[in-house]
Design a protein around this ligand. Structure first.
Ligand code: THU
Length: 145
């Protein structure tokens, strides 16, 4: 069951995402992005996009946020928000949905332009860590493989 995230918490997350967005390094796209998420222990982690002259090496804001999550002790993401330069709610890109799934699972709540959605709606039929443990168990218990 998804936990109740109150309006005040969403507001705080939005403000953290805006503050992070202001620090973005986006000289090529001129499209700064900021993200913030609530962790299950109450921490807030944030990130901004960091571009590169070799365009394909660009780090989305979510990459920095996940890095901060792990660096500051790990945990599970409970609520996530992403903003653009106009401080509007932005949807996370496809690749970053996979990043978020890894650390939030299907119950992660995302603030989307149309309102709050679950990760299971935003990335249905996701490939995740369970698939890896499942096959490892099957390989161990199935003879002759
Ligand atoms: N961007 C993010 O940081 N996160 C997303 O989820 C969407 C896209 C960045 C990458 C690039 O620096 C800029 O937005 C334009 O694509």
């Amino acid at each position: 069951m998804a936990v109740e995230i109150n309006e005040e918490t969403w507001k705080i997350l939005h403000q953290h995402a805006v503050d992070a967005m202001r620090k973005a390094y986006a000289p090529y796209s001129n499209y700064p992005v900021g993200v913030a998420a609530l962790v299950d222990d109450g921490r807030i982690v944030t990130g901004c996009n960091v571009e590169n002259a070799s365009f394909g090496l660009t780090l989305c804001a979510e990459c920095g946020m996940v890095s901060e999550l792990i660096k500051t002790g790990g945990g599970q993401l409970k609520a996530f928000t992403c903003v653009n330069a106009l401080e509007e709610i932005l949807i996370p890109c496809g690749r970053c949905r996979q990043l978020l799934y890894e650390h939030g699972g299907p119950q992660l709540q995302l603030m989307m332009p149309a309102g709050i959605k679950l990760m299971s709606e935003v990335l249905p039929e996701a490939f995740g860590p369970d698939y890896l443990t499942e096959i490892a168990t099957k390989l161990k218990t199935t003879p002759n493989i």
